[in-house]
Design a protein around this ligand. Sequence first.
Ligand SMILES: *Cc1c(COP(=O)(O)O)cnc(C)c1O
Length: 568
Amino acid sequence: MTTRFSRDDVDITPKFQKLIQEVRQNYFSRDPNLWPFYRDPGMAKYLSLIAEPRTQEELIEHYPNGEALRARLKSDTQIPPTMRAPGEIDPLLLYAAATSKQWNNPASAENVVTLPADPAIYGALMGICANANLVCREYSESAEDLEKLIVRRMAKLVGYDAEKADGLFTQGGTFCNMYGYLFGIRKSLKRSIRNGFDNANNYRFICSQGGHYSNNTALAVLGGNIEEKNLKIKMDEENRVDLRDLEEKLTACFRLKCAVPTIMLTMGTTDTFGVDCVKPTRDLVDRLCRQFNVETPPHIHVDSAVGWAILFFLDYDFNENPLDINHATILGLRRHVELFKQLKYADSFAVDFHKWGYAPYPSSLIMVKDKDSFKALEHDPEQFSYFERSQVEHYHLQSTIEASRSAVGVFAAFAALEYLGVQGYQTLIANSLQNAAYFCYRLKNTPGATLLAPHNDGPSATFRLYDPKRVQDPEKELAFELANGALPQYKERLEKNSNYHRADFIARGKQILYTNWVEYAAHTKYDQNNTCARIPGEKAVFFNPLITPERIDDFFDLIINRQNQRND
Ligand SMILES: *Cc1c(COP(=O)(O)O)cnc(C)c1O
């Protein structure tokens, strides 16, 4: 949020309030009258145990025989020697489920985790029963068609040619990113499928300094040299890839005849929702490839594991604003929509339905613009000798990282899309953004508090709390830290501020809104050696549909009360 908004700009309109209430009631209430599968006695028992919002310690305290069950859970070594009759609810099964992390807690604003929607759980249950294995058509039949249907829908949503596009469900956003690297490796380093690429000619991968850690770990799994051959592009103030730095590094690679298999961008960074620009990257790649006669252009993959959900707004009528989304949120959304319209210029992108898509884990989809990307991954059909011969050259069998591949995520995502529809998703996403905007509004009017990525307008807020006694103008202090925090003489000042906030975060504990501490929430200006220091902060993410502005008010009352107490 760049502008200072008035209360009117961030208030929820009555029309929107009604819509989100309906979505909460119909799709997130775990109501057995609406979703009868919750009527199963074990399921009903589980739901009654988690009905009250509680921390794990409180849950165990209130749990009948909780301590004994916890002890058993942590020490049991024996498989039951005999059979147990069906119909009984296994006590340990119930205990483990009911005392797992409680995502239906309306205080939960932790990281990019979500409360799955009732229909998505319902779909996942059907999928579990069907037990389709997407490794090949023979073991999946219609489940494979369902996967393809979602791929077509997503292709249409992003603006790919649905005839040419392709995709598959895999284990998580990390695997989607692994595919992103792999497409580039197989296309650029042509012998790699048989010989690996440890002694391939020169290569460099490119990703953002602000990328998710999977941008490193997935590449390392593939055998990439992440220390010396994964070039990290600098970020601008909005945590986006700095296009000048990208141009410099890409030019240097091409000049040295160094292959660049993959450029990994991010749309919606995990902490601050930085959104890279795909179209200018595409134009840059095209121009430099022509200039240097590069035969195989880099594969552009976008890690949109979090951000993809903005796609539901690509066709939103911003003039009519049928959902009556508030002014502050509309401004940010418009800006995001312009950026996400560029996603179609990517060769592939990641979709985590288990994040902003309100599906249970795991439900991740890797989408590709051109089927040929999968072709490049195909292993020799001879290797798949135990599958029906006529099936081997069919579908993704020869191209996947996995063998057995669950269809549960497909069923979950399908059911979520089917029941929520575009309008349901728009309501949920706008609700996240409105809560984030309201949180930012309150934060700006709180002494000692400042936002770390004030331009990002995403579903999260990352912030720093300073001691109001020492710091009169928190924005100015942050600006000072950003400019000078890497200099040895100011290291102590930065640390003192960080320690003040960290101490408050720890002492406050999990109350009202469960937030996270992020060690690398912002970075200082780059020095002559192109290095910068990390600035930590606190983060709240507003995926949870149960969070309300009233709760956000309570959170800031708490912050202000604590400040007053410390000042007394
Ligand atoms: C969560 C996340 C990932 C990793 O996805 P998983 O589904 O957890 O494997 C990758 N990139 C970004 C930006 C993420 O937020």
